[in-house]
Design a protein around this ligand. Structure first.
Ligand code: UTP
Length: 294
């Protein structure tokens, strides 16, 4: 079955980027000239996704406005030849895909957010793109498309992974895997935020997942984690892995964590360097800045 539906959980509190995220959703933080979540929607659309459910909560209305038409702005720009490019850029997000919204009523973790999408998904396999992870794949296929291909080939759930420096694994998770082919592995276990002695590999899940519809049953059957007081999505995926139904794709792409300050600065710097309008000037500026530091 062709995968055409995706969900973007974007209901987190964004505490690591406060106070910036106090009244602006972190998913709306800028990378040069577009909010982070637009890059994520564009990635999904480039992979053949036509219907996207964005999971929000109170205070995230700016996300809905961004993907809606802005009639006043459009009327003001339309017909002005010198502003044609700006008009096109303003209209573009509203025509990208069929975009729907639902609110996660309480911020009770990622599994709870994903569970809000069950009716929308309606028994089909689907993609999940975390709302604060922007992933660039400059040369190749969109990263979520790489996972969709693997799902279609093997017919089991699929997580997007990269090897992260060993010292950073405790911030993420560690996957117990065996290779299947060049960049695809079978997952046996996932250790969430491992202590250094618990690390079984440096492969961590970074923001992209394709799941079978049965994941909603797994989420229902996952016990609440005592320490966090919530159902952890990792625990649901561990159950899927133990049933032999989870693979990992070491994807071709670079991920930027828009949920932390350094990630936001890296994303802005690197996207600015590649930007057709300001790239050259920004490169010169950076060179000079680095010289001045020496
Ligand atoms: P994160 O843990 O990175 O986001 O969740 P957060 O909770 O906003 O982070 P901090 O710790 O407070 O800074 C990964 C993804 O899951 C979403 C987030 O919006 C993010 O895209 N999420 C998280 C939800 O949709 N609902 C939740 O209850 C928790």
């Amino acid at each position: 079955m062709k995968i055409t539906k995706a969900i973007i959980p974007a209901a987190g509190l964004g505490t690591r980027v406060l106070p910036a995220s106090k009244s602006v959703p972190k998913e709306m933080l800028n990378i040069v000239d577009k909010p982070a979540i637009q890059y994520i929607v564009e990635e999904a659309v480039a992979a053949g996704i036509t219907d996207i459910l964005i999971i929000t909560n109170r205070g995230k209305g700016a996300i809905e406005d961004h993907f809606d038409h802005s009639f006043e702005l459009e009327a003001n720009l339309k017909g002005n030849a010198s502003k044609k490019k700006i008009y096109d850029d303003v209209v573009y997000p509203s025509n990208l895909a069929n975009i729907y919204f639902i609110r996660q009523k309480e911020t009770k973790g990622l599994a709870n957010a994903i569970a809000c999408a069950e009716k929308f998904i309606g028994g089909e396999p689907f993609a999940i793109l975390y709302g604060d992870d922007v992933i660039a794949s400059p040369e190749g296929k969109p990263v979520i498309g790489q996972l969709i291909d693997a799902y279609e080939k093997y017919g089991v759930g699929c997580v997007g992974v990269k090897e992260v420096p060993r010292a950073e694994v405790p911030k993420y998770c560690s996957l117990d895997v065996t290779p299947l082919e060049e960049n695809i592995m079978s997952v046996h276990n996932i250790i969430e935020k491992p202590a250094p002695e618990q690390i079984v590999s440096c492969y961590s899940i970074l923001g992209r997942v394709v799941m079978p519809p049965s994941i909603f049953d797994y989420i229902r059957r996952t016990p609440t984690d005592e320490k966090h007081g919530e159902v952890l999505f990792t625990d649901s995926m561990v159950m899927l892995a133990r049933d032999g139904s989870l693979n990992a794709v070491d994807f071709d792409g670079k991920r930027y964590d828009m949920g932390n300050k350094l990630g936001i600065m890296k994303a802005n710097c690197e996207f600015a360097l590649n930007h057709e309008e300001i790239g050259e000037d920004f490169k010169e500026y950076l060179k000079q800045l680095v010289k001045d530091f020496d």
